[in-house]
Write a protein that binds this ligand. Sequence first.
Ligand SMILES: Cc1cc2nc3c(=O)[nH]c(=O)nc-3n(C[C@H](O)[C@H](O)[C@H](O)COP(=O)(O)O)c2cc1C
Length: 389
Amino acid sequence: MTKTDNPLNFLWFIPSSGDGAYLGSDDLSRPSDPGYFREIATAVDRLGYSGVLIPTGVACEESFVLAANLAAFTEKLKFLVAVRPGIASPAYYARLASTLDRVSNGRLLLNIVAGGSAQELAGDGVFLAHDERYEHADEFFQVFNQLLETGKANLDGKYIKAHNAQLGFPPVQEPRPPLYFGGSSDAAIEFSAGLVDKYLTWGETPDQVGEKIAKVRKAAAAKGREVTFGIRLHFIVRETDDEAWADADRLISKLSDETIAAAQEGFAKNSDSVGQARMLALHGGRRDKLEVAPNLWAGIGLVRSGAGTALVGSPKTVAARLREYQDLGIDTVIASGYPHLEEAYRVSELLFPEIGLGPPRNQIRSTFGEHQVFGGGGHGGNLRVVAGS
Ligand SMILES: Cc1cc2nc3c(=O)[nH]c(=O)nc-3n(C[C@H](O)[C@H](O)[C@H](O)COP(=O)(O)O)c2cc1C
């Protein structure tokens, strides 16, 4: 079996700052709504996704609180929740993480977010220059990890001081929930090499992702470690390639040039993230050159920060593109699509069979074994048993 034959670990996304059917337009938009997040979480828990990323930021609902709420309504789903060094002490974050892992029965994954906006961080009381954020995070995670792994920690660091810090209850997962991380600067890669379990990249082209993976692997090997890899992508999967491209166009059909210009200006002014700069460089703010590699479409990044690319095509096409990333070493996909409830169904129903994933509901017997057709008769367009077939 080659590594490509192993099924991907496939996560979805909770749009905790709002959702919609058209980018850059209020038409068919959905405001932040806890009931809607529960609908998405319970759907993807049944549809065969292994987890969800809950984003963090001033424009998002608070991620630990939201994850604790969603854990109560789901069975197997894992929650990738951000830890932001500097926003609270490592001892407090360790308590949050341990209790969330305990109440969810071991379903917590941690996403380290050092931050990519000096302006946003200043609002939270963090005034560190870009590379310093990683030095600070390094000390933060010494204390955080020690507490989760042993219940005790001490550090007299340059940034972090913890004297006889203690954690009352251990997490369910041993030695602690896994650490995920995405950051593309040299400082980020150096930081991740010594610490993280899974390195994440936004959906750059296969060539770029391959280069990055090689860089991270080399930096980790120099520290005697191995890291696994994940990618964050949107998906527009339809029964045919043509339908998928038509829906990619539709998604930005109400997006004005003024809105694009304003978003691009905002990113340039407020972000010092190298990862964000790499995403913007893919399209350069131009809407006429959005297919940046075969079936990799950068239209979403015209106005959305962070994950800005989608794989667009039929299930077979998109599965083939995913295999290219898998061959580079990607084993995890964090996926999304607009709107997130409907697209979670589409990706599961159309793409999962092509990539060896399946919803657990298939394990429930729906018939006594006869062949059935949907809409074949009956009052509600319900299933009809076809005799003899
Ligand atoms: C998959 C993924 C998810 C991320 N999620 C968040 C997030 O929820 N909130 C946030 O502020 N930054 C998020 N980031 C940004 C990074 O954590 C990082 O702070 C930023 O890219 C700056 O790092 P750099 O300059 O080293 O690239 C994410 C990055 C990746 C790759």
